[in-house]
Design a binder for this molecule. Structure first.
Ligand SMILES: Nc1ncnc2c1ncn2[C@@H]1O[C@H](COP(=O)(O)OP(=O)(O)OP(=O)(O)O)[C@@H](O)[C@H]1O
Ligand SMILES: [Mg+2]
Length: 269
């Protein structure tokens, strides 16, 4: 079942600047983990804001959970989606970390016990349990991102969108959070990870590459990463291991075993 169906979607902020998204066609299946990759300004955040109804499309349609998104039903649509925005400073509303995570849960009519259980569980998952009584604005960038992720996960929605949500985490923190997300996906959640780093897309089921508001690649990481020209054209950095692979080919070094190892490494980074 497609949990998200996007048909011929186009969008612009202003006539002078022109289209920011062009003819986007994208179906996402329930339980899929999709990475949306693209360079700065390619339209990734715009696409995510359209999906949650924060922006109004110019043409085309967006269907979430079999309901077409239109003016007036954004709130209903948002019951099944949680989103972590790109800039963690723009999403804190609570006086403490705990209040902040709780705030997102307030519309869900949970019992107090259930609310506390979720706050505890997800703050531990992102290693922020010791920070529950701290003021969000005093946290470091990476800590803010961890809290924002905990808040989104605690909502327990069917779809989770993470817009560069781990950009300020160090490599180990990133892997830990990615592992947490992966474990949730195994429990049937649909996850959209927005990033410009190929290494973050390696574990996903599917990678979509955006270039200037158009989808230029769509497939399993293994297939998409082979399209090195299109990836470079889209302004993205190919993985270091694949750069070595290219160099071997350029230099006519034929070592199949080495090539196989480099390829395997690329898909497990
Ligand atoms: N509120 C806005 N008003 C006008 N133009 C905007 C607005 N937000 C974004 N844009 C423009 O739309 C284009 C796409 O922006 P968007 O934020 O979706 O890109 P992105 O792929 O998320 O980039 P990044 O990797 O930097 O986050 C850019 O050219 C940007 O300048
Ligand atoms: Mg963005």
């Amino acid at each position: 079942m497609n949990i998200i169906e996007i048909k011929d979607l186009s969008f612009l902020y202003s006539e002078e600047e022109g289209l920011v998204l062009r003819d986007i066609n994208l179906n996402i299946e329930k339980g899929e983990w999709v990475a949306i990759l693209g360079h700065n300004g390619s339209g990734k955040s715009t696409l995510s804001k359209l999906i949650v109804g924060l922006l109004e499309k110019k043409s085309g349609s967006i269907i979430v959970n079999e309901k077409e998104l239109c003016v007036g039903n954004e709130y209903e649509i948002r019951e099944s989606i949680s989103i972590v925005f790109q800039n963690p400073d723009n999403q804190f509303v609570g006086a403490t970390v705990k209040d902040d995570i709780a705030f997102g849960l307030e519309n869900q009519l949970l019992t107090r016990e259930e609310m506390i259980k979720r706050i505890d569980y997800y703050s531990k998952k992102v290693n922020m349990h010791g920070f529950l009584n701290k003021e969000p604005h005093n946290l470091s960038g990476g800590e803010k991102q961890r809290v924002a992720i905990a808040g989104a996960l605690a909502m327990d929605t069917e779809i989770i969108i993470l817009d560069e949500a781990t950009s300020m985490l160090d490599p180990r923190g990133k892997s830990e959070v990615i592992e947490t997300i992966k474990s949730l996906q195994d429990g049937d959640k649909t996850i959209i990870t927005i990033t410009h780093e190929l290494s973050e897309a390696v574990l996903c089921d599917r990678v979509i590459v955006l270039n200037k508001g158009r989808i230029v690649l769509d497939g399993a990481p293994k297939e998409v990463f082979k399209e090195r020209e299109l990836i470079v054209e889209a302004g993205l950095d190919i993985l270091p291991t694949l750069k070595v692979l290219d160099k071997l080919e350029e230099e006519n070094i034929d070592n199949d075993k080495l090539k196989e190892i480099l390829w395997e490494l690329s898909l497990t980074m």
